[in-house]
Design a protein around this ligand. Structure first.
Ligand code: NAD
Length: 355
């Protein structure tokens, strides 16, 4: 018999395909907006300026100061530029950091957001905003921050460095994997999760061999969209809590932390719900989802050890304590000793045990 479920979709308008960057002007018109402020990181400023030139009078400025973890000081600067230029909407061109800034602006002034997504982090399709103030990262879930339109042009991802491609792809897979055992999972979210994981599982090894492979880049971006929708629609558990803890309290890089931890958090949870992770184990051709994900990450050259990110053994005790303080719901309740052991394995890069 089928499990009971509630399904409520909140999906922005999606424009997907090679060359769709040329459709941004039409999409602004669809929104009824004609004075866009383009956001980017310093790293992608040249791409932001190219888009500004293409848009002509539809663009009133470029703010290229987006940084990771959305510090409020940067948001205040960008809000000032938004007011000074009399912008009527935002175009966020980039990954989760730039999209986070766009969401933070929209949270304050309700501006429409058009996102041109260039990583696989998935923030563009979630109503979630993480911001940092005085060193503390907080998260809000509010529909006002969900972008109106997302343009996915795989050609803009050719320049994403291969190492970042792999960790960002595993970050996307992490959303989908946790979606499979979410308390509020439903048939649509689980279908999207498996299709997203399968697309990335096909695409990432192909990109590792040829970073401008059009079919693989397209597949990876498609997979990341599906995984992002899962993140936005159902609750996350131990894995996201641990990554949030390590990112927020120890300043570890977002995608790399996801990539390293995933097989270990999955091993912890899979012991309780092996049936929900069976499709992942089968897709990876492994005895368990945890070992399959671990081996897959090795074949695509992703990092494997938390110690390589600068964490110390002493930090592991503190991380365990923080993660247990306000735990997210998880299918397997959080047990101090087992969580500490799990972190030790991730620290050393040891292969998780078979179930
Ligand atoms: P990022 O946005 O920080 O990008 C990393 C670097 O890669 C940046 O310098 C960026 O300019 C560059 N880059 C991005 N795309 C590129 C491309 N195609 N070519 C060349 N360079 C490119 O990294 P991210 O992993 O996408 O985002 C991480 C941030 O997003 C974190 O702060 C995380 O908390 C947040 N996030 C939020 C959500 C959410 O739903 N709120 C979801 C996922 C991630």
């Amino acid at each position: 018999m089928r499990e009971s479920f509630i399904y409520k979709g909140t999906i922005p308008r999606i424009v997907f395909g090679a060359g769709t960057i040329t459709r941004v002007a039409d999409e602004l018109n669809n929104l009824g907006r004609h004075k866009a402020l383009i956001l980017s990181t310093p790293n992608q400023e040249a791409d932001a300026r190219t888009l500004a030139n293409r848009l002509g009078t539809l663009c009133v400025g470029v703010f290229s100061g987006a940084v990771m973890h959305t510090p409020v000081e940067v948001t205040l600067q960008a809000l000032q530029v938004f007011a000074d230029t009399r912008a009527d909407c935002i175009i966020s061109l980039g990954g989760g950091s730039t999209i986070g800034l766009g969401k933070a602006i929209a949270y304050k002034n309700n501006a429409d957001q058009l996102v041109v997504a260039t990583t696989y982090a998935g923030s563009e399709v979630t109503p979630i905003l993480g911001q940092t103030e005085a060193g503390i990262k907080t998260t809000v879930r509010d529909l006002s921050v969900l972008p109106e339109t997302v343009v996915y042009d795989p050609e803009l991802t050719y320049s994403l460095p291969v190492n970042m491609t792999m960790t960002s792809g595993l970050n996307a897979i992490a959303h989908a994997v946790e979606g499979l055992y979410a308390q509020d999972r439903n048939p649509i979210s689980s279908m999207m999760a498996m299709d997203g994981i399968a697309a990335l599982h096909r695409a990432l090894p192909a990109i590792a061999g040829d970073h401008q492979n059009p079919a693989a880049r397209s597949d990876a971006l498609y997979g990341s969209w599906l995984c992002g929708v899962v993140l936005g629609n159902v609750g996350m558990a131990l894995h996201h809590k641990m990554c949030h803890t390590l990112g927020g309290s120890f300043d570890l890089p977002h995608a790399e932390t996801h990539a390293i931890l995933l097989p270990h958090t999955v091993a912890y949870t899979e012991a309780t719900v092996p049936h929900l992770l069976e499709p992942v184990a089968a897709l990876m051709g492994s005895e368990s989802a945890a070992t399959g994900l671990f081996d897959f990450a090795r074949t695509i050259g992703a990092p494997s050890k938390l110690q390589d990110l600068g964490l110390t053994v002493r930090d592991l005790d503190k991380a365990t304590e923080i993660a247990l303080r306000n735990p997210y719901w998880n299918p397997r309740p959080l047990e101090t000793v087992a969580i500490r052991e799990m972190l030790q394995k991730a620290f050393e890069g040891a292969r998780p045990r078979q179930r």
